[in-house]
Design a protein around this ligand. Structure first.
Ligand SMILES: Cc1cc2nc3c(=O)[nH]c(=O)nc-3n(C[C@H](O)[C@H](O)[C@H](O)COP(=O)(O)OP(=O)(O)OC[C@H]3O[C@@H](n4cnc5c(N)ncnc54)[C@H](O)[C@@H]3O)c2cc1C
Length: 414
């Protein structure tokens, strides 16, 4: 694979860009792989990448029923932060955030990580106390967050109305090294690096059944035929329950639609990410100038990738209170993704009752930020049977009542 560099760009410019190869291959499926990952979203691709990079396991296939990055990874609003409340979550999300800082160099692919700062507004006394608690917890965890005053909020984001009619801004939890990255680029960067290591990314390849003998996984049936494997990783976000059923076990989660929308592009007016959980909306400005707006999940289980009209209205109405200027903007596009939500709002990275089969899911509304850390830990779990990063996130926590309750840190939440 050609390295991307200033020199390569100059060389290709001189020969009319005829020398660039495909970013990833278009292989035919083999009959057997050491490891099969189902789902070429960010988490599946990152898992494959770290299996190859950290453990030298390269006879790997990543099977994707649609196109790579076409699930939630290509549909999210790209917020990256690590200011979670509980210690295991803070460790996992901070590992991911710190990997994001060097990801472009590591993958030789510009993922456009932009540590522009994320603020979570406190707009009720209750929320203020909650965020103060999180700020204290983060300090003990060594995560760099702080509470800031309404004045500081206004200084960092002048377009905000902090005296809102219903919910004045009382302060905010601020993580200066949090931010955003380009979601497609994260998927594409990992895909290119996996392909470069000789792994097969099979798009248009739907897994229709999981094969097993004597309680151990032996392979999968797919729309491209049967493929055998020694280990199987299921990383399919909103379809986790469907795949788990095919493998013969059940998961404690629900799949619902979460939606987002973008406005027409405007001149730069906001260089931070703002989350307003009380009014239930959040906003940032993309590099193209669009205001990227997200809201809450649908209130009923569904598998549509659309979202409901009612939610758009609720989200925009709420944000207009905090950002009056957006009332003048035309909204250009709206879309939805199917997110998999657990009861404690924490992910599942776990062995399963089927030997050799592992599951990575339950990221709900906030898994984009975790992609590098999740891939790192899940690869270790699949390769060695144990990872300190994922140890607390096993399925057994639901049986034993050891919840990692992040409903405060992940109420909306991204
Ligand atoms: C509107 C929206 C906004 C969001 N905002 C944020 C945010 O700001 N910050 C944040 O951190 N997170 C956010 N998220 C959550 C985040 O996008 C997800 O947690 C994350 O992308 C999940 O990645 P994944 O790789 O697990 O899943 P996906 O990217 O969904 O990948 C799973 C893949 O599995 C494939 N698949 C499913 N079934 C099969 C099958 N049978 N065979 C083969 N392949 C299959 C799917 O086609 C899909 O491509 C948001 C999500 C949405 C929908």
């Amino acid at each position: 694979m050609k390295r991307y560099s200033a020199f390569a760009i100059a060389r290709e410019a001189a020969r009319y860009h005829t020398g660039w190869g495909r970013a990833w291959g278009k292989p035919k499926p083999k009959t057997h792989y050491d490891v099969i990952i189902v789902g070429a979203g960010g988490h599946g691709l990152a898992t494959a990448y770290y299996l190859g990079k950290n453990f030298g396991i390269r006879n790997v296939a990543i099977l994707e029923k649609g196109w790579l990055g076409g699930g939630n990874t290509g549909r999210n609003t790209t917020i990256i932060r690590s200011n979670y409340l509980q210690d295991p979550s803070a460790a996992l999300y901070e590992k991911a955030r710190s990997l994001y800082e060097g990801l472009s160099q590591d993958l030789n692919y510009n993922v456009m990580f932009s540590p522009r700062g994320v603020m979570m507004l406190a707009q009720t006394e209750h929320e203020l106390r909650g965020y103060q608690r999180t700020a204290h917890a983060n300090r003990l965890q060594g995560i760099d967050t702080e509470m800031i005053s309404p004045r500081e909020v206004k200084r960092l984001c002048p377009i905000m109305n902090i005296d809102g009619p219903r919910y004045p801004v009382l302060g905010a939890l601020w993580q200066a090294r949090a931010g955003t990255a380009r979601h497609d680029a994260v998927a594409w960067g990992y895909a290119r690096a996996c392909s470069d290591m000789g792994m097969d990314i099979l798009q248009g390849c739907e897994v229709t059944a999981v094969r097993q003998t004597g309680g151990k996984v032996t392979g999968v049936e797919t729309s491209l035929g049967e493929i055998s494997c020694n280990k199987l990783g299921i990383v399919v976000a909103g379809h986790s329950g469907v795949l788990a059923e095919k493998a013969g076990f059940r998961l404690p989660l629900e799949s619902v639609s979460l939606q987002a929308l973008v406005s027409e592009p405007i001149k730069p007016c906001m260089d931070v990410v703002v989350m307003a959980n009380t009014v239930h909306g959040y906003m940032s400005q993309s590099d193209k100038g669009e205001m990227v707006i997200g809201g809450g999940t649908d209130g009923y289980i569904n598998y549509t990738q659309r979202g409901s009209f009612q939610h758009i209205e609720e989200t925009v109405r709420a944000l207009v209170e905090t950002f009056p200027m957006i009332s003048r903007l035309k909204m250009l596009r709206q879309w939805g993704g199917i997110v998999d939500v657990t009861g404690d709002r924490s992910p599942i990275l776990s062995k399963t009752p089927l030997e050799g089969c592992f599951i990575n899911c339950g990221w709900g509304t906030g898994g984009f930020k975790a992609i590098p850390g999740s891939g790192w830990g899940f690869a270790e779990l699949m390769a060695k049977g144990h990872s300190p990063l994922t140890a607390e996130f096993g399925l057994d926590r639901f049986r034993e009542g050891r919840f990692i309750d992040e409903s405060v840190a992940a109420g909306v939440a991204h």
